[in-house]
Design a protein around this ligand. Structure first.
Ligand code: UDP
Ligand code: MG
Length: 324
């Protein structure tokens, strides 16, 4: 049955030694459970001969389909293209470097199909990575848990399972693959589960992400949070700050003028307006307030130009052709 297919999406960048071993390992694990599956390898612009290797593998194994990027666009882009090509009812993502174990796949698939999860994330409880990665990762996960409100231990685990609806409705770019559960939740997929998975040390090659992953990761978290909350109504964000700043500026200005008039009336000593620090504060507040308003207006105009209807995920309809 075509709708009972498992799609395994593998983003790959310079993993020539690993990929053959990985596909063989997947075949071994999945044949036991007699799961119908396809393997989609997305070569993210490798330059180590990975593509030639993938070419050979597809010739031997009809389950493997593959595509290659002209250059290295990043893991999120690779996942996104893999998601678009996936035809199964369950989509699994897995790193190409043999760190994730295909032995976990049958149980992940079962959790989606039978327990009704939208998304199940792997949790590398016992990790085989250097300490420079595990310690910052704990902090990263803690922050992401607090901000997203999703109780996962390991957001960045490469091994995850999705109901196909989930991957078809999300759009990831940059390095947003770390926050797929958060993005999925925003799209209304609330049933997010977790499964402890086995993890191996990297056998071949080196990690593709350096220490900058934590800085970029944090910036991505901020943009996702901002976009999820205010993409549809940017004026509410910029406008409220704009109002606040502009009115504080207005109040200070009124006070300065009132004070001056009062003192002059009662012939008290008056300071020049430009001698008062408050004056400069009022000036800055007024200008910044107007700027924020402008930012809000421009952002609103940009959202007007978007085809908003495509953003709404319709799950059911009666008597209406939603594909028209
Ligand atoms: N990857 C990719 N494009 C990139 C960087 C990485 O497709 O620009 C793939 C990589 O080949 C691997 C997975 O993403 O299959 C995870 O990468 P890596 O193992 O380097 O990350 P780590 O395990 O260190 O978090
Ligand atoms: Mg890895």
């Amino acid at each position: 049955m075509a709708d009972q297919l498992v799609s395994i999406v593998i983003p790959l960048y310079n993993e020539v030694e690993s990929i053959g071993e990985l596909t063989a390992w997947i075949d071994k694990c999945l044949s036991v459970d007699q799961l119908a599956y396809e393997i989609i390898v997305v070569d993210d612009g490798s330059n180590d001969g990975s593509w030639d290797k993938i070419h050979l593998l597809t010739a031997e194994n009809t389950r493997i389909r593959a595509l290659k990027f002209k250059r290295n666009y990043g893991k999120s882009a690779a996942l996104q293209c893999g998601f678009q090509s996936a035809t199964g009812d369950v989509v699994i993502t897995m790193d190409a470097d043999l760190q994730d174990s295909p032995e976990e796949v049958p149980e992940l698939v079962r959790m989606i199909r039978e327990d009704g999860f939208d998304l199940v994330s792997g949790w590398k409880k016992k990790r085989h990575d250097p300490i420079t990665k595990t310690v910052p990762s704990k902090l990263f996960n803690w922050v992401t848990r607090k901000i997203s409100g999703i109780k996962l231990h390991d957001f960045n685990c490469g091994l995850k399972a999705y109901r196909s609806d989930v991957v078809k409705s999300i759009d990831i770019y940059g390095e947003m693959h770390r926050y797929i559960p958060y993005i999925a939740k925003w799209h209304g997929f609330y049933k997010i589960g977790e499964k402890v998975v086995a993890h191996q040390a990297r056998k071949y090659g080196t990690t593709k992400f350096g220490i900058e992953r934590f800085i970029n990761g944090f910036l991505d978290l901020m943009s996702i949070t901002f976009v999820t909350k205010f993409k549809k109504r940017p004026m509410h964000f910029f406008g409220s700050f704009g109002l606040l700043t502009f009115f504080s500026g207005g109040i200070i200005t009124t006070y300065l003028i009132a004070e001056k008039v009062y003192k002059q009336y009662y012939k008290l000593a008056v300071r020049d307006i430009v001698d008062q620090p408050l004056f400069f504060l009022a000036l800055v507040a007024l200008i910044v307030g107007v700027q924020l308003f402008l930012a809000g207006f421009i952002a609103e105009m940009m959202t007007q130009n978007q085809n908003r209807i495509n953003d709404y995920l319709i799950t059911e309809s009666i008597g209406i052709d939603t594909n028209a």
